[in-house]
Design a binder for this molecule. Structure first.
Ligand SMILES: NC(=O)c1ccc[n+]([C@@H]2O[C@H](COP(=O)([O-])OP(=O)(O)OC[C@H]3O[C@@H](n4cnc5c(N)ncnc54)[C@H](OP(=O)(O)O)[C@@H]3O)[C@@H](O)[C@H]2O)c1
Length: 273
């Protein structure tokens, strides 16, 4: 049986994952920003903690409290996050700072706070919930994509740093899942700023907002996918979840390889002879 720390279990993927782990008898310490989360306890033990991941001091307190509740943490899931739609040009300093605080600096601080104990344990698994947007961005979500790409990059380095210490790292990139992610409760949107963006950003944002409630991804199946990752002896560094994510990632990889081939001569031309 595993002990989990999961950020953002009030709703969506975090809640589904917490309930899936609890259903099989695991212990979950789950963070929420306010109130008491409505979580099905299953056969496990659930401990709610209050945490806004924008608050560095609160992260330290929450992690320390987590290690008071359990003697070791097996899985730490950086799940809390939200999206921002709109052209890159229209993103304000306040919007971009807040997004990076929640989607990047929060997870990074959680990782920093848990690592001394995970290193002492010589075990543990850090799961960073990124996004297909971090690997194959579309117009209209540039800054959100940047936060998730940052988390992907961080995960890859961490994986190399922690592997010799017996600690796993996985960056899990979901496609579109049917949660509150696209609702006004979660997602933020800037103005279009100019009609110049109507056909690129405008079209994509409208289409995206119309998929709310009809996303192909099932949060409970997402949770089962993550359970498979944490139960594996050879967990992946990168995992896509959802057939839409797979399709987008494949198209992107093909484009990268084509472009690399097309410009190979210039690429190779810059070395000292
Ligand atoms: N659903 C998708 O299609 C999709 C696709 C790719 C990636 N993701 C990623 O999956 C993760 C979970 O998203 P979701 O789909 O489950 O969305 P969601 O239903 O909107 O849930 C988001 C969760 O994050 C929490 N949260 C937001 N800001 C926070 C903060 N400052 N401090 C602490 N908690 C905070 C929310 O808490 P409150 O209830 O207090 O707001 C909520 O529990 C996110 O990182 C998201 O980027 C989702």
């Amino acid at each position: 049986m595993k002990n989990w720390l999961i950020t953002g279990v009030s709703r969506g993927l975090g809640k589904a994952l917490a309930e899936a782990a609890l259903a099989r008898g695991d212990t979950v310490i789950g963070t929420v920003r306010e109130g008491n989360p409505d979580i099905a306890q299953g056969n496990g033990a659930f401990h709610p903690l209050l945490l806004d991941v924008r608050d560095p001091k609160a992260i330290e307190t929450a992690v320390s409290r987590a290690f008071d509740l359990v003697d070791r943490l097996d899985v730490v899931v950086n799940n809390a996050g939200y999206g921002l739609l709109g052209p890159v040009e229209a993103v304000t300093d306040t919007d971009m700072t807040r997004l990076f605080e929640v989607n990047v600096f929060g997870p990074l601080r959680v990782i920093r706070a848990v690592l001394p104990r995970l290193r002492a344990q010589r075990s543990g698994h850090i799961i960073n919930i990124t996004s297909i947007a971090g690997r194959a961005p579309n117009a209209g979500s540039g800054v959100y994509s940047a936060t998730k790409a940052a988390l992907e990059g961080l995960s890859q380095s961490l994986w190399q740093e922690l592997r010799p210490l017996g600690i796993h790292v996985s960056a899990v990139a979901p496609g579109a899942f049917r949660t509150d992610f696209l609702t006004d409760h979660s997602i933020r949107q800037t103005s279009l700023r100019s009609e110049d963006y109507a056909t690129s950003v405008g079209t994509i944002v409208t289409a995206l907002r119309q998929t709310d409630g009809r996303q192909i991804g099932d949060p409970e199946r997402c949770a089962q996918g993550i359970l498979a990752v944490v139960d594996s002896n050879t967990p992946p560094l990168h995992l896509l979840l959802g057939s839409d994510a797979l399709r987008r990632a494949r198209v992107k990889l093909d484009q990268v390889i084509d472009e690399m081939d097309q410009w190979e001569q210039v690429t190779r031309s810059t070395d000292f002879p």
